[in-house]
Design a binder for this molecule. Structure first.
Ligand SMILES: CNc1nc2c(CCNCc3ccccc3)c3nc(N)[nH]c(=O)c3cc2[nH]1
Ligand SMILES: [Zn+2]
Length: 373
């Protein structure tokens, strides 16, 4: 049987759990650890696919919940699938919709069969369960699909988390059975269990039993203190077979990328770079630059002196500040382009540091500048 995904660990870091690897889908092959730009409505906001290729994006995320509601997965299927619809020839990963139903929709009810919710667009009533989520992802044709899960809130009681992760495991099994394209679309299990070590163990073991092609660590980056997220990561990563890819969902500040890589994570996604760009904040090697501040009114240097991206080679802080203040679309576009390039480039430097066995030193050097320590 043809496999829709192949993953190979090429180099393990000697003084951390970091590893350098390669992941192959039916669309392309890319190196890990990797940062995946988020493209909720079948677009990485304000970026064309040509610009995404220019910044060397290899895999982008899209979303079952959003595309089901608008334009509908049936229309995307009629277009020939999401790759064709958005003219993106590289890899696509789709989230299963569970997280978005809880964080966006007006939640009505979680039942064994699935979730009844109201659309955040027009309040219309909908139902989504594992079978519906996988059918939508099959229609979208993404290379990597996520199991339908409940991302439990934080904080939550032990009893709540126990019931929730057990239902998520039952949903994962139902989703596996519902997958119509197991030879062309890989399915990941999502480990839940809140901040309770024994429940994380049980969730991971039940999903490893089901033999998914990769595993996401869910239920984190939901408002818990960072040290707690890192503590849960410390013991949860070890439960995933080391030859399978590990995806930490919704994580992507520079600090969290380093801490996640050091703890053995291979894949990351985060809306931060695109979201902060829209309010005029750029990520640079010397920390964040809120370019809308008056200080940059006559600053004719690039966003980041050390960045070789198209934006930093051609535009000044003063010009981009002017665009943001004038609420010109180009302002957000230019900062988004640079922020995405910054994180994609950071991951390239992290991969090189792993290959050369100097990751912890690189982390020290990076933050010495980023936080001007
Ligand atoms: C920000 N913190 C955070 N995000 C989480 C997500 C969503 C990850 N982002 C995917 C995305 C894809 C397309 C468009 C927009 C977002 C989760 N997704 C699932 N399925 N399960 C989680 O436990 C879970 C936990 C999360 N924590
Ligand atoms: Zn730049």
């Amino acid at each position: 049987m043809q496999k829709p995904l192949e993953f190979e660990v090429i180099k393990n870091c000697t003084h951390s759990k970091a590893r350098y690897g390669k992941l192959k889908t039916l669309h392309n092959e890319f190196e890990t650890p990797i940062f995946m730009p988020v493209g909720t409505n079948a677009t990485v906001k304000s970026m064309s696919v040509d610009e995404l290729k220019e910044i060397n994006a290899q895999i982008i995320l899209s979303n079952t919940y959003h595309l089901y509601l608008r334009p509908s997965d049936l229309i995307v299927k009629k277009a020939g699938g999401l790759h064709k619809f958005m003219n993106w020839g590289r890899s696509i990963l789709t989230d299963s919709g569970g997280f978005q139903v809880f964080s966006l929709g007006d939640l009505r009810k979680i039942k064994e069969e699935g979730v009844y919710f109201r659309s955040h667009l027009d309040g219309s009533k909908h139902f989504m369960g594992p079978e519906e989520s996988i059918a939508i992802q099959n229609n979208l044709g993404s290379d990597i699909m996520m199991s339908f899960d409940e991302c439990a809130p934080y904080p939550a009681s032990y009893e709540y988390i126990k019931d929730s992760y057990k239902r998520t495991s039952r949903w994962a099994k139902r989703g596996q059975i519902a997958n119509k394209n197991p030879e062309t679309q890989a399915l990941f299990g999502i480990i839940q269990g809140g901040m309770y070590q024994d429940l994380r163990y049980e969730s991971a073991n039940e999903l490893v039993e089901m033999d998914f092609l990769g595993y996401s660590i869910g239920g984190l980056s939901v408002g818990e203190p960072k040290p707690l997220m890192y503590e849960v990561l410390d013991y949860t990563v070890d439960l995933i077979p080391k030859e399978k890819p590990r995806y930490l969902m919704g994580v992507g500040s520079p600090d969290d990328l380093f801490e996640g890589v050091i703890r053995g994570i291979d894949m990351f996604d985060c809306v931060l770079p695109t979201r902060i760009a829209r309010n005029g904040t750029a990520m640079t090697s010397n920390g964040k630059v809120v370019v809308r501040n008056a200080t940059y009114q006559e600053d004719f240097t690039p966003l980041d002196e050390e960045c070789d991206c198209h934006v930093c080679r051609n535009y000044s802080r003063a010009y981009i500040r002017h665009l943001i203040k004038a609420n010109e679309i180009l302002g957000a576009r230019l900062i988004t382009y640079h922020n995405l390039y910054f994180l994609i480039n950071l991951m390239k430097n992290i991969r090189t540091a792993i290959k050369e066995d100097r990751l912890l030193q690189y982390k020290k050097d990076f933050f010495a500048k980023y936080y001007k320590i």
